[in-house]
Design a protein around this ligand. Structure first.
Ligand SMILES: CC(C)(CO)[C@@H](O)C(=O)NCCC(=O)O
Ligand code: NA
Length: 616
């Protein structure tokens, strides 16, 4: 093992790290042995629909806040300045819209998988297409999540790369498989706290060792790292207020509105109110998480700018550099390097466990149950556990794929969310907001959305115009005299002035617009195809699956015109409580909170679907 390992890690550090893993396992065991002992899919996958808003909200942040953000955001701030911080603006609408549009519709349908919605609204085919797209998205995302902390630690401390990947995957698979969603949510709570503690420790030590807050501020100011609001409307500009603050809303909607990992948490809430409240409570914590990682980037800049570390590191990766800086900064403070490693792994474990559990849920609910309606509850639960475990193993394989990529990890993760999550968001929006959309339109829209998204995504990789400005290899330039800096900046802006044209310009769309653009493509193509093949009629749409968005936006129009334009009449009423009992095919998930054992045993998955698809 690398000698630097000993330099950074003392016994206390190993103990702290071991405590994290042991506590996570213990929570898993606790929920395996208490409550209903994970003997029903209702408990294993839905936490008995009994969760309160505090654990749910912390768990909601944990789902998509992984080591990728802990390492990637400081790397981004260190290299490009604080412009990325403006993504915080997108959190406002990005959480209000899920709370008041997606949660009410999905919660009132009493479903278990978000993709059940697609069957209720469109058809079985659309549901399966949606599910498969989601599985694809989460499996590649998981690869990035497992790989990132392992890679960074390996580069700096000499921890065995694949050993770390294996350990993360195994611990996580174990407690997820043992304790089900309850264990996943409660470990998330614990791990989120560890994550914040680790980041805070790094910042405090960093500020103290740099010479105080005012010194840090002076250095980042002189180093040009504080960015003003960039209102450049160019959609190919990587980070501007528009790409981050507006494009980011769609990114947030695809994660917090329709992603199964999050929807499952909303659905596991005791009441709809509790679910909405937990969504609101995400806002301050998510802002805190963003602020901590941005400030960490700034502190690192203040402390290290001008020093060249790539020779010691043997890697030019900015992500590995962040871990190097942190370890260097915490040197000689026993326990803190261990806390930071625990912070990285908390972030990773909480994301991977959510992914495992949500993948097991959709595979069970959407792909298996509908085909084996006679399966017993015991068998279904066993199968869910086997599924959670198989996805664990699959994610190890995916980590290897990420190993072969080598972009900034933050950008890779956000690109996956945009390229695959964007079209899924489009599918849900098409269903919820546009009553005319039919299932042919939905499938065609999703297909077109994915095609265009991969066309741009792969195109941007091939032509290497990710919109990233060429920057000097290290930030020494920032500390040179103002003249030199100005000269270099002019040179840089000249580079960006020679804009690519035609297809290349299309490929250089900022990755922050991927979600919004792909969502829009799905809706557009979906509507066109629906109108060609015969739009859905009002009486054919399952009640409770439409959100009267158009009606609300056009509230100034007279009633008869609105009715004509929006097709569905009972606009105001579509969301009224009566839905609770309406979809007959959801026996398995109906009010099981206090259900008796017999009711559990006799549950019948997916009765044949009501014929409503006449629009074709
Ligand atoms: C997804 C957002 C923007 C939501 O806050 C943020 O958590 C983030 O940048 N996440 C990166 C992906 C990850 O941490 O795995
Ligand atoms: Na996480």
């Amino acid at each position: 093992m690398d000698p630097s390992d000993q330099k950074h890690f003392t016994v206390v550090d190993y103990v702290i790290f071991a405590v994290l893993l042991a506590a996570s396992m213990a929570i898993g065991l606790y929920y395996a042995l208490s409550g209903g002992r994970q003997r029903t899919t209702q408990e294993f996958l839905m936490a008995d629909r009994s969760m309160g808003c505090l654990p749910v909200s912390l768990s909601l942040i944990a789902s998509f806040q992984s080591a990728v953000a802990i390492i990637g955001v400081p790397a981004e701030i260190y290299t490009h300045g604080t412009q990325y911080w403006f993504i915080g603006c997108a959190y406002i609408l990005g959480l209000i819209i899920p709370a008041h549009v997606f949660i009410p519709v999905l919660y009132r349908l009493r479903i278990s998988s978000a993709y059940q919605y697609l069957e209720l609204r469109f058809s079985k085919t659309v549901r399966i297409c949606g599910t498969l797209t989601f599985i694809f998205q989460m499996v590649i995302y998981m690869g990035v999540c497992v790989y990132t902390p392992a890679f960074a630690l390996n580069a700096v401390t000499g921890f065995e790369l694949w050993g770390t990947v294996l350990a993360t995957g195994l611990v996580c698979t174990l407690y997820t498989t043992l304790g089900g969603l309850k264990a996943v949510i409660w470990t998330d709570v614990f791990q989120t706290v560890v994550m914040f503690a680790g980041q805070l420790a790094v910042i405090v030590v960093g500020v103290l060792r740099t010479g105080g807050v005012s010194e840090v501020w002076r250095k980042v100011w002189e180093g040009n790292r504080i960015a003003g609001l960039d209102l450049n409307p160019d959609p190919t500009e990587r980070h501007t207020f528009w790409t981050l603050g507006v494009g980011g809303i769609f990114l947030m909607l695809s994660l917090y509105g329709v992603n199964q990992a999050q929807v499952q948490r909303y659905l596991s809430s005791r009441t709809e109110k509790e679910a909405v409240r937990s969504c609101y409570m995400v806002f301050p914590s998510l802002q805190l998480a963003l602020a901590l990682s941005c400030v960490m980037g700034l502190v690192m800049f203040a402390r290290y700018c001008g020093e060249d570390h790539s020779d010691k590191l043997g890697s030019s990766s900015r992500d590995a550099m962040v871990v190097y800086f942190v370890m260097d900064m915490l040197q000689g403070l026993p326990g803190l390097p261990g806390l930071f490693v625990a912070c990285l792994f908390s972030a990773a474990l909480s994301t991977i466990s959510s992914a495992f559990n949500s993948l097991a849920t959709v595979t069970m609910e959407d792909l298996i149950k509908p085909h084996f309606p006679a399966m017993t509850e015991a068998r279904a639960t066993l199968l869910s556990k086997v599924l959670a475990m198989s996805y664990g193993l699959l994610c190890l394989a995916m980590a290897y794929l990420t190993h072969l990529m080598g972009d900034s990890v933050l950008q890779v993760a956000l690109k996956i969310f945009g390229m695959v999550g964007g079209p899924i968001l489009g599918l849900f929006c098409l269903g919820m907001f546009f009553p005319w959309a039919n299932s042919i339109g939905a499938v065609a829209g999703l297909g077109a959305g994915l095609t265009v998204s991969f066309w741009i995504g792969v195109g941007s990789i091939v032509t290497r115009t990710s919109g990233m400005k060429p920057l000097p290899p290290d930030c020494r330039v920032a500390l040179l005299s103002n003249d030199t800096t100005a000269a270099i900046q002019t040179a840089l802006s000249n580079v960006t002035l020679s804009r690519p044209s035609g297809l290349k310009r299309f490929y250089s769309l900022s990755y922050m617009w991927y979600s919004g653009f792909n969502c829009f493509t799905v809706i557009l193509i979906g509507l066109i195809i629906s109108f060609i093949t015969g739009p859905m009629k009002e009486e054919d749409v399952t009640p409770g699956t439409i959100y009267p968005l158009l009606g609300k936006l056009l509230c100034f129009l007279p009633e008869h015109l609105k009715k004509k334009l929006c097709c569905v009449t009972p606009l105001g009423q579509t969301l009224a409580p009566p839905q609770r009992s309406s979809p007959p095919q959801h026996k398995e998930s109906n009010g099981l909170v206090g259900a008796s054992q017999e009711e559990m045993e006799s549950f019948l998955p997916e009765a044949p679907f009501v014929e409503y698809e006449t629009a074709v």
